[in-house]
Structure formats: C-alpha cells, structure tokens
Design a protein around this ligand. Structure first.
Ligand code: SF4
Ligand code: SF4
Length: 722
C-alpha cells in the first residue's frame, strides 16, 4: 500500500488523540482519591458480567441485542484494523498467525465477516429507533446518526476491500502481476471462483463488483482499505468529545465500580466528634483550603465520579425508571449526570491548572489536596436547582438500570450533606423530624418512654430484663409509634413466640437508626444516633446477649446490616421476611388457615434493590393456603418505589403527581384484593395511595407477617385477608 501515507495518518490522528486523552486523564486526576484497586478478582468478574456480557442490556430488547452486536464487532474488528494498518507497510501482513492459508486465519475471516454483518444489522436497529420509531429516553442528536454512519462505513469498507481483492486475486491467479494489483491481491491467498462460505460478506461484495474492470476493482479495493484504516483512527478522535466516549471508558468504569454493599453510604469521618471537627466553624465555602464536607463544587467529586461523568451513554434508562422523573419532578438522573459532566468540561482548564492546598486536619482519609483559587461555583444552586437533589427517593432504580454501572445515590447524598451540614439549606419540612430524632430518637417526636407500648399484653421481655437473649427484635420507629404499623410488630412478635424463639426488644433503649437523617444529608445526626445505638447493642453483646437482630423494617435492616459495622456494631442482621421463611422451612411455623384472595406484593427498594431480597416475601406468601400471588407490571428489580425513601416521607412532594399513587395504581391493575408489603413505610404510602383512589375499604393492605400470622393462628376459620 503506502507506508508513508499511513505513517502520516498515524502521526496526525494518534498525536491528536494523545493530546486529548492526556487532558482527560489530567482532569480525572483532579478528582478526590478513592481506593478502587482492591478485590481484583471480583472486579474482573464484574467486567466480564457487565461490560463484556452486558447483563443489563437485556437480551430480548432489539436495542440491547443490537448494542451487543456492535460491542462484539468492536472487539473482533480491532484485530482486523491492526492487520490492515500493517498491510500499509507490508502487503502480506496478517499479524503473523492469521494468514489466509492457516486455520486461524480462515477461522478469523469467517468470524470477522459474520460479526461485521451483525454490526451492520445492529446499526440498522439503532437507526430505526432513532428515526422511524424514536425512543424518548435516548438523546436523539445528529451526532448519534453520524457515529452510526461511521461504524457502518467501517464495516462496509472492509467488506468492499475483501470483495474487490478476492475478485482481483481470482483474475490474476496464474500470473502474479507486479505493481499495485500485485500488492493488493497478495494477502488473499488461494483464489476461488465464486462465493466462499469462509468469507461470506467479502464474497457478497465480490459478486457486486465482479462486472467491473481491473482498474476499477483496484480503485475499489484501495478505497475500501484506506476508508477502513483511516476511519477507525478518525473515530478514535471523535470519541472523547461525544457520548461514545463510553466505548473507551465503560470497561474501566465497571472495573472500578464500588464493590461495597449497595446499601452502604460512606461515612464522612470515623465518628461524630471528628465529623463535627470537619464541619467546623469555618466552612470550605469561606476557606477553600479546608476539606469539603460532602460535595459543594464540581472539584469535590472523586476521580471515580469523573469517570462516571465520562461514561454516561445518554441512553436514558435511568430517567425512564426514576420515580421522581416519571412523575414530573425536576429531577432527571440522566440530565443531572449530563449537567455535571458539561459543567466539569467547562471548568477543565481552571481545574487542571489550579494550585492545590493541603487541607486542614480532620480530613477524611480519602481526601486529596484541594484545588484553590477557582472561585466558588456551587453545584446547587449555581448550576442546578436544589429541588433536583431533594426530589430523589434514593430508590436505586437508576443504578439498577444503568448499563455502565454509574452510581447516583452517593453523589446526590454527598450534595445533600453539604447543603444540610455546611449551609443549613434543606426543605423546611425536614427541620422537625431532624430535631425530633435528635431529642426523642424518632422522627415523629413522640415520647421515648412510649416506644415499647405497642407490645402491651404480649408478654415480651425487654433486653434490660433478659440481657442474655440471643435474638433482638429491632422494632424501628414506624412499628413503634405508627398505629397501623404497630400491628406489624405485634404479628411479627406473635409469630416469633409461636415458633418458640427466645427474643427481646430494646423498648426505650432503642432509637431511630438514623437512616432518614443520613439519606437526607444530615450525616452528623446519623452518626450521633448510630454511635448511641451501637453502644447499646455492644453493651448487651458484652453481657452474652444479642447474636442476631431481626427487624421488619427494610430501612433499619439495611442500616444495621450494611452501615452500623462502620460504627463498631457488627451483628447478624436478618429481615423478618428471611427469618420467618426460615421458621416456616424448619416447620416451627405452619401456615394452615386459608387466606383467600389475590395478593399483589410490592417490593421495598431497601429490601429488593439494595439487599437483593425478592424471593423470601413471595415464598412466604406462596406457603399460605388459598392465597393467589399476582405480580404488578413493574416488580422485583424494576419495581416502582413507594415514594417514602431518602427522607421523602417527611418532605412535601414537589408536584401533585404523586409517586405513591402511581405505584398504587400499578398494584390495583393486577386485580388484587390485597396489597402485601414488607416495609412499614411502604405500607403508609400505599395506604395513602388507596385512600386517594377511595379504595381503602375495598382493598386490604397487609404486611407479610400479618398474612402469615393469620394463616398460622390457631383455630382460625378460613377467611379473606383482612
Ligand atoms: S435513586 Fe431513584 S429517585 Fe433517585 S435519581 Fe435514582 S431513580 Fe430517581
Ligand atoms: S447514567 Fe447510565 S442509565 Fe443513565 S443515561 Fe447515563 S448510561 Fe444511561
């Protein structure tokens, strides 16, 4: 071919790419440090599952399958591009082992042709969904179509090169010509007369061009060769400026994902006292050399968050599944991600060139020197309205759907932490629950001394009376104080008694776990509550009690299980769905009474998406005679949030299109006569949803423990769920 031309193309395209890539790396390096080089085998497994196998893309959706075709195409065709680049320098170059007369070479030729054809098919599917049947969730820019055009052209030009080369090779099979045609046909090996199954796509192109002259064929082969060889390099240079940057960043983004339990938010400091020092009298807003509390400005994000920004494919799956977005709130996770990314890019020159200062004492271990002299551009409210952050229910539907494993909840909570703890800016309705949790240990501000009143008449011992009790029933605020939720606590306790479990409760020694405070950004309040509860729990552990904690609240469950270990409380924590199912399996509980009716189970986000408990509640319901379990349109990992999480329970909803009503309607559409829950907060929200539809008398709302209690209760006649 032409080594000088190829060398020039390499120099220009790779040189330009190196300059851009260096800048992107420099920007990434300005992010706060986080350690993501641990647990390498788990990270490799993650890459295989989510990046290569693309588990989240869905196998039955055309777009998901099309994306997989294109991804496989890039992997397989990379070798082909290397071979073609090599042929510019040596016409017979076949990467040493992929020559046309070797088995490897013939096998690769076949695979390459099949895969390239699938890529063209995949591109067609994407073009269809961008032009004929556009999907609202996707960013439908011209850029996307141009990129698809480039991908298809790369594939077709390679086929053209093969087709024209094969035909020339056949024509000149006996007399090896000198010059340009000789060089062109050199890589094609043994000539065939017609269609070759070993090179189906190339052969098809050969059929198309075989009526042309030798000179035209030579031109076509040259055109195919140079188009493919150059376009790949041009494409590489477009990537960093487009959403297709994910072609380069998705694999590292999956590799470096957070492998901690999904329900664990990272503490800002090792304890409340240190956190207090960190918050301090002077905030980083006044003194930029001070370490930030949470995130106030773009430069406070970690390098992994910056990698997340680079990697967003703009597919919109997150927003499509976000309860806030789909009910018309201002929060759209996709647009939040893009706004943060665009803001980062507009500030990249400032950030890369900024001098740094070592922050004051008391900083978290993962803090970097802070860039100073940048001026203070706050993310909220300077670049986005705080309502965007306050609309989130922390349901994780976005993260569950994101094909490239981008995280949202940590970012949103970090932004809330700064608003709450540094600036004191939060929805006014949160003020009372914050104060109530601090003073009375529950967000309803009810008396601490009434915390155990729900158990009156059940003969349940307090831990103070039975300090060696190995099983603690952690009741939580909702089931302790809310009249409806108290019945869940009573049913759970009765079932434990029926099964002969020696358990106790903490009564007024129990305080809110702090989950609503933490998710609403009040990390200091959370840390204070966590330390106090951890001291109580560890006190009994030292006396030989508490080995297992059971709770009927998924929020308490998640916090005790995944977050309290950071505060020194390490226990076996079990949600009542798992525990009760275990008792049924051990025949310590036997559901015998029929509970007739259609029951739709609503998945709690903190049980399902956060802790992967989908089956236990369903198995409990399935064990109850007479009960017919039906599934809502969105269930399990796609289930819609009830709208209470992330502190929303105590916030005013931003518009009249309510999340709980949307979810209630989905559940009602199943034709169920009973809605079953495994979370007292979901129960409250769905009960309100039923009231909004005037269905509260017609449709029952019961916890799985209440249904099981009905079925296990002695001497109950068969009855409808009530
Ligand atoms: S966590 Fe839930 S509410 Fe928050 S952005 Fe994600 S999908 Fe939306
Ligand atoms: S964050 Fe993930 S799900 Fe949302 S648009 Fe970006 S790639 Fe798609």
């Amino acid at each position: 071919m032409n080594p000088i031309l190829m060398s020039l193309i390499f120099a220009v395209t790779l040189g330009t790419f190196a300059v851009v890539a260096k800048k992107r790396f420099a920007l990434l390096a300005t992010g706060r440090a986080v350690d993501r080089f641990d647990r390498i085998p788990d990270r490799i497994k993650s890459v295989i599952t989510y990046a290569f196998y693309q588990k989240k893309m869905g196998y039955y959706e055309p777009v998901g399958t099309a994306h997989k075709f294109i991804f496989i195409g890039f992997v397989v065709l990379l070798l082909r591009s290397i071979i073609l680049w090599g042929r510019a320098f040596s016409p017979t170059f076949n990467a040493f082992i992929f020559g046309p007369d070797t088995l490897l070479g013939q096998g690769y030729e076949l695979i390459k042709d099949v895969v390239a054809t699938l890529v063209v098919l995949g591109v067609s599917v994407f073009v269809y969904y961008r032009t004929v049947k556009p999907q609202k969730r996707m960013t439908l820019s011209t850029e996307g179509l141009v990129i698809l055009g480039i991908i298809a052209t790369m594939m077709l030009s390679d086929m053209l090169y093969d087709g024209a080369g094969m035909e020339l090779s056949w024509r000149f099979r006996s007399a090896g010509p000198e010059g340009i045609i000789g060089k062109l046909i050199a890589p094609f090996g043994t000539a065939h007369e017609g269609f070759t199954f070993g090179a189906p796509a190339g052969s098809l192109f050969r059929m198309l061009v075989r009526g042309t002259t030798d000179d035209t064929l030579a031109c076509l082969a040259q055109a195919g060769f140079w188009t493919h060889a150059t376009l790949v390099l041009v494409f590489l240079n477009i990537l960093p400026f487009s959403k297709h940057f994910h072609i380069l960043t998705a694999v590292p983004n999956v590799f470096f994902r957070d492998l901690e339990p999904m329900g664990r938010l990272r503490p800002l400091a090792e304890n409340a006292e240190k956190l207090m020092e960190l918050v301090g009298a002077v905030s980083e807003l006044e003194d930029p050399t001070k370490a930030p509390v949470g995130v106030a400005r773009i430069e406070h994000f970690s390098w992994k968050s910056i990698l997340d920004f680079y990697t967003c494919t703009e597919c919109g799956r997150c927003s499509d599944n976000c309860p806030a977005h789909t009910t018309g709130k201002v929060l759209s996770p996709k647009h939040l991600m893009l706004a943060l990314r665009d803001h980062l890019y507009t500030r990249q020159d400032d950030l890369i060139g900024a001098p740094t200062a070592v922050p004051a004492e008391g900083i978290p271990a993962d803090a970097n020197p802070i860039a100073v002299g940048l001026g203070s551009i706050l993310i909220a409210p300077d670049m986005l309205h705080p309502d965007v952050l306050w609309g989130c229910t922390t349901c994780r539907a976005c993260e569950e759907q994101c094909p490239v494993m981008i995280s949202y909840v940590d970012k949103i909570v970090d932004l809330r932490r700064n608003l709450v703890m540094v600036r004191g800016e939060f929805p006014h309705t949160l003020a009372k629950p914050f104060e109530a949790m601090e003073v009375n240990g529950n967000p309803w501000n009810l008396s601490r001394s009434d915390r155990g009143a729900w158990s009156d008449g059940l003969n349940i011992k307090m831990m103070a009376e039975n300090p060696k009790a190995e099983v603690l029933f952690w009741v939580g605020c909702a089931a302790s104080y809310d009249d409806r939720a108290k019945k869940i606590a009573r049913s759970t306790a009765k079932l434990l008694q029926t099964a002969g479990i020696d358990f106790a409760i903490l009564g007024q020694e129990e305080s809110c776990t702090g989950d609503p405070a933490r998710r609403a950004g009040n990390e200091f309040l959370f840390a204070t509550l966590a330390e106090s509860n951890a001291a109580t729990l560890n006190g009994y552990k030292e006396q030989g009690g508490i080995r297992t904690i059971i709770t009927a609240c998924p929020h308490c469950f998640n916090t005790l299980k995944n977050e309290y270990p950071d505060f020194g409380a390490k226990f076996e924590v079990v949600h009542h769905a798992d525990y009760l199912l275990g008792l049924v399996a051990q025949k310590k509980l036997t559901p015998v009474n029929a509970v007739k009716g259609k029951v739709a189970y609503h998945d709690s986000c903190y049980l399902g998406r956060y802790n992967d408990i989908y089956e236990s509640p369903r198995k409990i319901l399935g064990a109850i005679p007479g009960l017919e379990l039906v599934e809502a349109e969105a269930s399990k990992n796609k289930g819609l949030c009830c709208g209470a999480g992330g502190g929303q329970m105590w916030m005013e909803e931003q518009n009249t299109n309510r999340v709980n009503v949307k979810r209630t309607l989905q559940l009602l559409n199943t034709g169920a006569t009973t809605i079953a829950t495994a979370c007292p907060f979901c129960m409250t929200m769905l009960t309100d949803g039923l009231k909004s539809q005037d269905k509260q008398d017609e449709i029952k709302q019961l916890d799985i423990a209440e249904l099981l209690d009905q079925s296990c209760a002695v001497s109950l006649p068969a009855k409808a769920a009530e």
